[in-house]
Design a protein around this ligand. Structure first.
Ligand code: GTP
Ligand code: MG
Length: 170
């Protein structure tokens, strides 16, 4: 029998970037075009196997609206990984990524795994954030980087698999 490794992760990022849609794609492999904006935070869990190890992801999907910002520490404290999401078609959401990263560097656990996800990569015609710039920033701060589309089911399990592979060996 194989043990299951529990991994607490939280998603952060501006309202509307697609945090809940990424979680929904990962957990139920579905997409809802008119998802309600998250209130407070929502919790979901999902088990996957990566490289012969089982993982139980405990996912806290936070609310991006400004009025909920002060709740975020409750979710990123004690998290093994933080996924900061932006929308590749809105440059302002990439600026917010940097604010979150700075806050995490200051207040989160020192060994937290940082992941940056550029969501809505299906919107190539509307792109405002280049993959190269985002990749460069992520490598500078030692973060995992991936572009995703919750809508088209691109790279969503891969995001979580990358996190699993970055966890310290037990
Ligand atoms: P808050 O809960 O307010 O923080 O927002 P959120 O980050 O959870 O965003 P949510 O998942 O609710 O998605 C916001 C909008 O973006 C919805 O209308 C989604 O349908 C849309 N959306 C999410 N992911 C994608 C994607 O990959 N591509 C496209 N084109 N639209 C997406
Ligand atoms: Mg949401």
């Amino acid at each position: 029998t194989m043990s299951i490794r529990e991994v607490k992760v939280c998603l952060l990022g501006e309202s509307g970037v697609g945090k809940s849609s990424i979680v929904m794609r990962f957990v139920t492999d579905s997409f809802k075009p008119a998802l309600e904006s998250t209130i407070g935070a929502s919790f979901m869990s999902k088990k996957i196997a990566v490289d012969d190890q089982h993982y139980a992801f405990q996912i806290w999907d936070t609310a991006g609206q400004e009025k909920y910002r002060s709740l975020a520490p409750m979710y990123y404290r004690g998290a093994a990984a933080a996924i900061v999401v932006y929308d590749v078609s809105r440059d302002s959401t990439f600026k917010t990524v940097k604010d979150w990263i700075n806050e995490l560097k200051k207040n989160a656990s020192h060994n937290i795994i940082l992941a940056i996800a550029g969501n809505k990569c299906d919107l190539e015609d509307l792109r405002e954030v280049s993959k190269r710039d985002a990749e460069e920033y992520a490598s500078l701060i030692n973060a995992i980087f991936i572009e995703t589309s919750a809508l088209n089911a691109v790279n969503v399990p891969e995001l979580f698999m990358k996190i699993a592979r970055s966890l310290p060996k037990e």
